[in-house]
Design a protein around this ligand. Structure first.
Ligand SMILES: [Zn+2]
Length: 83
């Protein structure tokens, strides 16, 4: 019987590595670098990808706006660090 922790570890590495490699391809980083980073970060690679993406989603009008925006250019909703 395989301990659950080992399974979680394998899933962590797998998900992270795949996401990291994809992220690297998108951003023009060496796939091996992304692969390694992804394996280390695991599911956190998803969060990183969100943060480094082309903007964020305004929670009111669900439109993509720049990450730096203090207020939404579409609906003028004030933007906080958490959306
Ligand atoms: Zn908006």
């Amino acid at each position: 019987m395989i301990p659950a922790l080992v399974l979680i570890g394998i899933a962590w590495l797998g998900v992270g590595a795949v996401l990291g490699e994809r992220f690297a391809k998108e951003k023009g980083i060496k796939p091996a670098v992304g692969f390694g980073l992804g394996a280390l970060l695991g599911p956190f690679a998803i969060v990183m990808k969100q943060m480094k993406g082309e903007g964020k989603i305004c929670p009111r009008c669900i439109k993509r706006i720049p990450v730096e925006a203090r207020s939404c250019p579409n609906c003028a909703r004030e933007q906080t660090m958490f959306g």
